[in-house]
Design a protein around this ligand. Structure first.
Ligand code: NAG
Length: 212
């Protein structure tokens, strides 16, 4: 064994050196590819300067809010005006089919609807009128709580919006993402007799892979 390994030693060293060189070359190549990728992403990022769109509820109009004591249901019909702003200079936003909007009061769904489908161009502000309607069963507690809120002039409402969205830049369309927005509103009244005033609103949002 000792005799055989001794003459091989210099050979191995040579081979090792060649491999090292090759490895170094590979590393350099990979590094270059990585750098150019990072460069491309940075270039795209700074060219398109993507900014998240912003949403706010401008207005609410309640056309129906009726308790039916015969079958213990509450029928609600309202329109929420949502102002959507696309602040991007080069990115369009396509609001696709398959959206859902829900209005709930303290965890009880009152009504639901969906967003219009449209493409929002760069630097565009659009006010969407979202019509929502629903009949839902309620217990005694819900009606009492709603009456109390109404008397206090503080009706907390949660609006949930979930919409599939595609970003459009340079005539390319991105893979779909799903945008979820939760608006926690307090309005002074929920009744067809009086136009509600929005007293406060806070917004939270997140983005996820579409229909994953
Ligand atoms: C924004 O886009 C909508 C829908 O495409 C269009 O009707 C509206 O005129 C645009 N508004 C502005 C300010 O460009």
């Amino acid at each position: 064994m000792g005799k055989r390994s001794a003459p091989r030693y210099p050979e191995d060293e040579n081979k090792g050196g060649g491999c090292c060189c090759c490895l170094l070359g590979c590393c350099c190549c990979l590094l270059l590819i990585l750098l150019s990728l990072v460069g491309t992403v940075a270039y795209l990022y700074y060219t398109y300067k993507p900014k998240p769109p912003s949403y706010s509820v401008n207005n609410m109009a309640v056309s129906k809010f009726e308790f039916s004591s015969s079958d213990l249901t509450l029928y609600t019909k309202l329109v929420a005006s949502v102002r959507a702003e696309n602040p991007n200079e080069m990115i369009g936003i396509k609001y696709a089919d398959g959206s859902r909007t829900v209005v709930s009061y303290r965890g009880t769904t009152l009504c639901s609807g969906k967003l219009p489908t449209f493409v929002q161009g760069p630097k565009n502000i659009t006010v969407m009128e979202i019509a929502m309607e629903g009949r839902h069963g309620f217990g005694d507690g819900l009606q009492k709580a709603l009456e109390e809120s109404e008397n206090e002039g503080n009706v907390p409402l949660d609006i949930y919006v979930s919409v599939p969205v595609y970003l459009i830049f340079n005539d390319e369309t991105s893979p779909g993402i799903r945008v979820n927005v939760h608006a926690a509103l307090v309005i002074d009244s929920i009744s067809p007799k009086k136009k509600p005033t929005i007293k406060s609103a806070t917004y939270q949002g997140n983005v996820e892979a579409a229909d994953g």
